[in-house]
Design a protein around this ligand. Structure first.
Ligand code: FRU
Length: 558
């Protein structure tokens, strides 16, 4: 009922707003159109009609007579798939206009001015935020609207978990990358905050990390939040921004970029304070390896070493690193774990998170058992197909290393059957190390915040079995534990919509290094996350069933 009242109020508001403001659309030569907003000071959003199969049209946002930014928008030509709001508050009180070029198709003789987008484009003071899509998760983080990939710059401060993310706010396919921002106090309920770091002349804002500078080493202030991110345009370089209000707004360092290199794939800076050497460390993904740096002030970085050539999977580009120390459960040993996301090259195709276990002296990472990573062999944090770009929160309380991954796969992320938003993140997880027959492996447990919430189902098993999640429409997701072969697999071939990509209809399989006795399973409207033996083996899969897969059936296999 409450929503109803709000939406009537919103409707009234927007009708009033529409009376006051108009769009003046004028078609010019060569497929160019100029759109002027009258009284822009009173307008919050320009609603853009999107058609996903339309080509990207450059939209120049002009403030006064200066170019403020150019964005790419799949403006609808034949039909409107959904509307996307362009938030105008950044230009509040300014005179803005848009110069839009729709590629004129000479072959068909189509004329830009006849395309459907012009009659559907409108101004509004409100946006429709009701979650009507059946695949919108109930408790996983998603963007309010638009595209999302990697989690970025995550940190904890003053009781709040800050999650930034690769956000494409002008449509639900990858583009126009910026840092979206959400905040949670319990890792389950997320609140949207305004866009945190916006694209600039150095490029889109690609992935990166944040730290809380407790000792003011960078000189921006005690407890300033410092972000390092990749500026991505013709080249990739690393830039710095700092926040003096706890992470809501960032000021870009005028000397950006602070770190450059003569290499095309040079991105995703991940930094942390290393108390063993009294310096900051930074790990950067550079093509087929990770580069490791040190710094005293987060601005000037010195390269110390490189890691990776000839170890692990190299069937794709190395991306999104993370590095931290964990204790090996049940022992007094501590090990460093280097996370290295790779795309493609994952165990079931496409993108996935591999890890390496070893030692780190502040300048060089050394593997414990190099033979475990030779000849393309790799260890994976999650063997499902939809776990990528996993990184940890900085400054987490009680020495925790809490991680979140993007719950999709680059093989089909742009094509999954959602519209107003595209992609969700995994639940938060706590990585741990366990020893089996003298070898150390990484597991990931659901974060303690989920205990007692009833969001998960626990199943105890003895020996080989299948655990089937199903719904009334006969759709099912089958988890098979084969104790003889020591494998765990997830089959989503009959789980609902699977044919939107040839890469989606798959069975993912994981090796198991000791007997499985239990499963903890988190099902949401478009995902299944399986934690065997409370996280020793993890498998995350997207699913698109016509109804949630809420029935669990366990069958023994002889
Ligand atoms: C990984 C990635 C990163 C990059 C970002 C761009 O998914 O390719 O390497 O920073 O996405 O959106």
């Amino acid at each position: 009922m409450r929503y109803h009242i709000i939406s009537i109020a919103a409707l009234l508001l927007s009708t009033m707003a529409l009376q006051a403001q108009t769009l003046d659309i004028e078609h010019l030569a060569g497929g160019n159109t100029i759109v002027r907003v009258s009284e822009p000071q009173n307008t919050r959003y320009l609603l853009l009609p999107i058609e996903e199969k339309a080509p990207e049209a450059p939209v120049k946002i002009i403030c006064g007579n200066d170019l403020s930014r150019t964005i790419s928008v799949r403006l609808a030509l034949d039909k409107v798939d959904y509307m996307v709001p362009l938030d105008l508050s950044e230009w509040a009180g300014e005179d803005i206009k848009f110069l839009i070029h729709l590629p004129v198709d000479r072959a068909t003789g189509r004329d830009a001015q006849n395309e459907i987008c012009w009659s559907k484009m409108k101004l509004s003071d409100v946006i429709d935020t009701e979650n009507r899509e059946i695949f919108r998760p109930a408790y996983h983080h998603t963007p309010e609207y638009g595209w999302m990939n990697d989690p970025n710059g995550m940190f904890y401060k003053d009781g709040e978990w800050h999650l930034y993310y690769q956000w494409g706010p002008h449509g639900s396919m990858w583009n126009n990358l910026t840092w979206g921002h959400s905040v949670s106090r319990d890792l389950i309920h997320w609140e949207y905050r305004p866009e945190a770091i916006k694209p600039d002349a150095l490029g889109y804002i690609f992935s990166g990390s944040c730290v809380v500078d407790h000792n003011n080493t960078a000189g921006f202030g005690k407890d300033a939040v410092i972000a390092l991110y990749t500026s991505a345009a013709e080249v990739q370089s690393q830039s710095l921004a700092y926040s003096l209000d706890g992470g809501d707004t960032f000021i870009k360092y005028p000397g950006n970029p602070i770190l450059t290199a003569d290499i095309a794939d040079f991105r995703d800076p991940n930094m942390f304070w290393n108390e063993e050497i009294g310096k900051w460390n930074l790990i950067l993904a550079c093509g087929q390896e990770m580069r490791i740096y040190t710094s005293d002030n987060l601005i000037d970085w010195k390269e110390e070493s490189r890691f990776g050539q000839s170890y692990g999977s190299h069937d794709g580009v190395w991306e999104c690193p993370d590095l931290f120390k964990l204790s090996v459960e049940g022992t007094s040993e501590e090990k460093w774990v280097l996370f290295c996301n790779i795309n493609p090259g994952g165990p079931s195709g496409g993108s996935a998170t591999q890890y390496f276990i070893g030692d780190f002296d502040g300048s060089k990472f050394t593997l414990d058992n190099p033979e475990m990573y030779l000849d393309g062999k790799a260890l994976w944090q999650d063997y499902g197909k939809d776990h990528y770009a996993a990184v940890s929160f900085s400054n987490a309380p009680d020495g925790r290393h809490t991680m979140i991954a993007w719950m999709s796969n680059w093989e089909y992320a742009n094509n999954v059957p959602t519209m107003q938003f595209r992609s969700a993140n995994t639940i938060a997880r706590e990585p741990f190390l366990y020893n089996v027959d003298g070898k150390v492996y990484l597991g990931s447990r659901p974060s303690p915040e989920y205990a007692g919430t009833g969001l998960d189902k626990t199943v105890k098993v003895k020996g080989s079995c299948t655990v089937t999640l199903s719904n009334e429409n006969g759709e099912e997701f089958v988890i098979t534990y084969d104790q003889k072969a020591m494998t765990l697999s997830c089959d989503r071939s009959r789980s609902g919509m699977v044919d939107f990509s040839q890469h989606f209809n798959t069975v993912a399989t994981a090796p198991v290094c000791r007997r499985i006795t239990s499963f903890r399973i988190f099902v949401d409207n478009c995902s299944v996350e399986v934690f065997a033996n409370d996280g020793e083996v993890c498998m995350t899969s997207l699913v698109f069933p016509s109804q949630p897969l809420n029935t669990v059936t366990v069958n023994k296999i002889k």
